[in-house]
Write a protein that binds this ligand. Structure first.
Ligand code: SF4
Length: 162
């Protein structure tokens, strides 16, 4: 049975920048958890960042692919360059996903690491832009299909058809 990498905060781990979780109540997660399929993981903690931590956003106008290739940066709300920790976390997450044979990842949308459909636009004022976080983009570029937390039913339907 395929393993699924999942953002740790969706599984109730209080690892978000504000020290809280973003627990999902989707019943498929409890089922997959009971089946031993889920690999909960937080890229930002894996990258060495503390919890809680300041919020961070990819610089305005940039996309995650540019961060991954060294052409753009990620800054926290105090202006510190935290790119290195985000890249380390993305690489560690990819290694865990590959080691566990994960072909799918369920990730928290909006995060500069885990976002799959949108991220925040670098202004720290709530403005959003279409795009992915750096971990999501790295996983996708290695053939791991990424789903956000509103697409769990869709993933379940796909896996249950197999
Ligand atoms: Fe959750 Fe991902 Fe942020 Fe970690 S990096 S707190 S797993 S959204």
């Amino acid at each position: 049975m395929d393993k699924i990498l999942i953002s740790a905060c969706l599984m109730g781990d209080p690892v978000r920048y504000d020290g809280r979780a973003k627990t999902s109540a989707n019943p498929h997660l409890a089922r997959w958890q009971a089946q031993g399929r889920l690999i909960p993981h937080c890229p930002e903690v894996a990258g060495g960042l503390p919890t809680p931590r300041l919020p961070a956003e990819i610089e305005t106008g940039a996309i995650s692919g540019q961060v991954l290739t060294g052409k753009a940066r990620i800054y926290d709300s105090a202006g510190a360059d935290v790119t290195r920790a985000f890249l380390e976390g993305a690489k560690a997450t990819l290694a865990i996903a590959l080691a566990n044979g994960c072909r799918h990842a369920v990730l928290t949308d909006g995060s500069p690491s885990c976002g799959t459909s949108f991220i925040y636009a670098g202004h720290f004022d709530g403005r959003r832009t279409a795009g992915m976080g750096v971990t999501a983009a790295l996983l996708q570029s290695h053939g791991i299909r990424v789903w956000n937390d509103t697409q769990i039913d869709e993933l379940a339907a796909l896996l249950d058809r197999k």
